[in-house]
Design a protein around this ligand. Structure first.
Ligand SMILES: [Zn+2]
Length: 326
């Protein structure tokens, strides 16, 4: 039987070891072992659709799948020791709750969602010809019983109009991250943007009450834990986009409408790859070259992020604001 003194010494030793381990684990950078790649929408949820005149009639779900599949292939090639998990690899219906479940059950260290933007379309019209329209005028002559109605037919040419949806002109790629509240002017907030959100807002099955204490608490917790990392990844993605010929529309934050991001317990970004209602972007997003270029740019950013997280630089004491700090 152990004496009291020996017991105390053992206990101190055990605590010492525990603190030592905790200290070590706090210093060991987190490894990025699992990356989740989500092709936005799918199946009966087509996402945005290009209905502008002269468009290819693209469905967002097909573009997101093509780019996500290329991104998965690229990451598997470049990061053979990292588990890459696609949420879907074919055209299946997949509610956002299912996407979040897959990400969480696989214990992802990063969640990357691929989407495409669409803008609200204005209606235009053009004259495509004329047709002859017959109309009549009526007058009366005479008085009393002799009063007589005279109807005279006339003809006139009227324009025949064709109505159509006008293509948009905005081009480029942006990245969205979730934040429970505005985080300063470093990142633009999305509320006042005219970008049309087709993403998670329309999923009525979610039935979110944005004013509920539960939503606010969860959203805040997500922001505290993952905002900086998500922003870092978003910035790296936009930097790589800027290195292609594509327009870099920057990193934006939102507190609503991107439910899936805050439902995942990991840093998460949603990439709006381009505008399917803008003909140049639509062609680019449908082309093998364009899809591959975007996939490679995102993969490069993820690899840089992984490297920076796993091999943080030693910071000078005053470097608290450095971006390497997370
Ligand atoms: Zn979408």
């Amino acid at each position: 039987m152990m004496k009291i003194k020996e017991c105390c010494i053992s206990l101190f030793a055990a605590f010492g070891l525990l603190f030592f381990c905790l200290n070590i684990s706090a210093q060991v950078p987190k490894k990025i072992r699992t990356i989740i790649v989500d092709a936005g929408h799918g199946g009966s949820d087509a996402g945005a659709r290009a209905e502008n005149e002269g468009s290819m009639g693209s469905y967002e779900k097909n573009i997101t799948l093509a780019i996500a599949n290329k991104l998965v292939a690229e990451l598997k090639k470049q990061l053979p020791d990292t588990k890459i998990v696609p949420t879907r690899t074919s055209d299946i219906t997949q509610p956002v709750k299912e996407k979040a479940r897959i990400a969480n059950e696989n214990h992802g260290d990063l969640f990357v969602c691929i989407h495409a933007d669409a803008l609200q379309l204005k209606t235009g019209s053009r004259i495509i010809g004329y047709r002859t329209q017959t109309y009549t005028t009526t007058r009366y002559v005479g008085k009393g019983k002799r009063k007589k109605k005279i109807v005279t037919p006339h003809q006139r040419e009227v324009a025949v109009r064709q109505y159509f949806k006008i293509s948009t002109t905005r081009k480029g790629t942006s990245t969205l991250i979730f934040a429970a509240r505005k985080t300063g002017d470093k990142i633009k907030a999305m509320e006042n943007s005219d970008i049309f959100f087709d993403t998670e807002d329309n999923d009525s099955s979610l039935n979110i009450n944005y004013n509920s204490p539960e939503w606010k608490a969860n959203a805040l917790l997500y922001t505290q834990n993952y905002f900086k990392k998500s922003y870092k990844l978003g910035s790296l993605i936009q930097d790589e986009i800027a290195n292609t010929a594509r327009e870099n529309l920057g990193v934006w934050q939102r507190d609503k409408g991107i439910w899936v991001l805050q439902a995942t317990q990991m840093p998460a970004v949603l990439i709006e790859t381009g505008f399917i209602t803008t003909p140049d972007d639509e062609r680019y997003l449908n082309s093998e070259k364009g899809q591959q270029e975007i996939a490679v740019a995102i993969a490069k950013a993820i690899i840089k992020y992984k490297d920076q997280v796993e091999n943080p630089k030693i910071l000078p004491q005053a470097g608290n604001n450095s971006s390497n700090n997370y």
